[in-house]
Design a protein around this ligand. Sequence first.
Ligand code: ATP
Ligand code: MG
Length: 748
Amino acid sequence: MSEVTKVVTIGEILVEIMASESGEGFRQPVQLLGPFPSGAPAIFIDQVAKLGHPCGIIGCVGDDDFGWVNLDRLRRDGVDVGAVEVMAGQTTGSAFVRYRNDGARDFVYNIKNSASGRIRLTKEALALLVECGHLHVSGASLFSDEMAGTVFRAIDVVKGNGGTVSFDPNVRKEVMADPKVVTALRALLRRCDIFLPSGEELTLLTEAGDPAAAVEELLASGPTTVVVKRGLEGASYFGADGRIDWAAYPVEEVDPTGAGDCFDATFVTCRLQGRGVEESLSYASASGARAVSVRGPMEGTSDMSQLDALRAGLPTPGSGRRLAKWLGRATGMTALAGITSVCSAHPIALEASMVEAASRGLPVLVEATCNQVNHQGGYTGLTPAAFRDFVYDIAEKVSFPRERILLGGDHLGPNPWRDLPVEEAMREAELMVRAYVEAGFEKIHLDTSMGCRNEEDYVPPEVTAERAAGLAVVAEGAAAREGTTLRYVIGTEVPAPGGAREEISELTPTTPEALRATLAAHQRAFAKANVEAAYKQVIAVVAQPGVEFDDQKVVVYRPEAATDLSASLATFPGLVFEAHSTDYQPNDALAQLVRDGFGVLKVGPALTFALRQALYGLDRIAAELDGTWFEHSLRAEMERQMLADPRHWQSHYRGDADRQRWLRHFSLSDRVRYYWRYPGPEAAVGRLMGFFGEMDIPGPLLDEFLPALSALVVHGEVAPRARQLLLEAVRHVLRGYTAACLRGPGLR
Ligand code: ATP
Ligand code: MG
């Protein structure tokens, strides 16, 4: 590499000091974080250095800590700082920044009146320029006539070397009110070779107001290359060889500052090193993506191997981070790989879940569904607050700590009111969401995919996202009043809640493209509705791994059919997949699901199925122990009840009378779970439990009627008493989930 390929920039070197909480400006005391090395030219050149390319910066700092923090960093990363003048009696520039909730930023700058306002072409600066093959200028550096003059003199030297110039306008519209600045920027535009505007900056300095015409005008007036940066929307290259678009790499945005500068630096460096346009765009986009995923303006500069990892789609640190953070609040455990979501309102199922969680020091996540619990009561007659109290009462009984209980609302949307016109249905959905949040539910699954009156069964993705954003607005409002932080889950699977009604055979896993579209639509809709902060609290996206069950069959997880899906998790940083209907999966399938990124496993019917099985077994044992028991038979009572009120099973169970009869009690769909709260069955369970009391149930009868539990009794793992056996039946199912969630690499 010859000497004159050195990349140089000229301009402000600052510290950035940021408010740690978002909000408006600096008119009241706020907590601050910093100083962070900053300044667009400084970030640019640090990024060039990280790529291992020779480079230097011309600038000026005070002989103060703010100056040294920058010089030390730049030097350490490989930047030649010999042309940065350390001026005694001056103060290093600074920028105080505070993010507003909508993502915009408020600044208090000290640049023009700081050491940066005194940049001059010293002997050292001129020596650096002599070695320079490429000069980069940020438009924001033309903050005074003197600075503009200095920059143009530097350009003359570099052009004299046969070098090239890149220019990132980095200007806000307000600056354009100053005609001198506009003149300088226009002159710079004509002298540059690579023009790197972001978004609307493309047309800021052109006669043409339309982007396509602007590109044409630009390419005719000086630059040979134009690259437009559009944040999340990616970037577009324009040159003599045409247009090339490059999508952004998906990452979790933590701090947007510096993305443009890192992009510029990486694009320019790659081109200077002879890489093609596509490869350069790819590295530059990865560089911008890494910049936004790290807090602090210069903290997210990258070396080549970090960019290669991102380009290769390798898992970025932060996969599952949001779920991990939430769970970490409820438990000290960081090694969790997932969480079981208990979707049941049966008190014994809930008690068993808490006992199981307590035995491993885990939190318990309990979820209620829109039809089951809502502001009008739902089919359980419970409002969210009443459901919460019901769960809390059980926790108190078994001394399960309340702070380890996480509550979730599932499929929150217009589903229960889909017979109404959409406006009315969404109004109810809003009231429901508010009630959930006010009752302390933290995990909010927004599902607005179903159509309402006069709509298709499922509405288009954009409409779904827009409706979800509307509900997020309501949820965030309520959360702000309650002082809570919500975690969202988005996305749905077709078919809708309630499980498959038809027989199922095979299932296609969700495609990564569909998930990407869902996420992108929600991101746009949330931004439009001013709830970007809520979008950043999305912890999971619902995906179909290819598991389901119907009346009598279970479709078991086939990892080989879901490899695209699980590999794509790396491109959804911070998130995990949420799997619904994982009931009846074998334990090794559950473990594999977690390993493949399904960090939330929902289970419901399988728990009450196990409970029903234990109850019916006890019922038959009672009949053996007491010749007159048939009068009290739970099974007979349940049959009477289900026939008297068929609404929870009739539309689900097809076939002749015999088939319907056995399905009523033994179907995997477990519609019988809806009947435990009816007075008849409830009394029958009471009689059964009263009959056994503290009795030790004879082993041979257990072996005959409850063989799985009998084995545990033989091993001394559970006492042969009715109540313990019921809890154990549910725990037996849950243990497979616990094992799956405790295994594997853990959430990152
Ligand atoms: P700056 O605020 O530093 O001036 P800019 O507006 O000049 O930024 P952007 O368009 O925001 O530049 O970002 C430059 C590039 O970085 C984008 O084209 C994109 O490839 C990448 N990038 C920016 N934001 C994100 C993001 N949230 N996720 C992924 N990539 C991003
Ligand atoms: Mg920019």
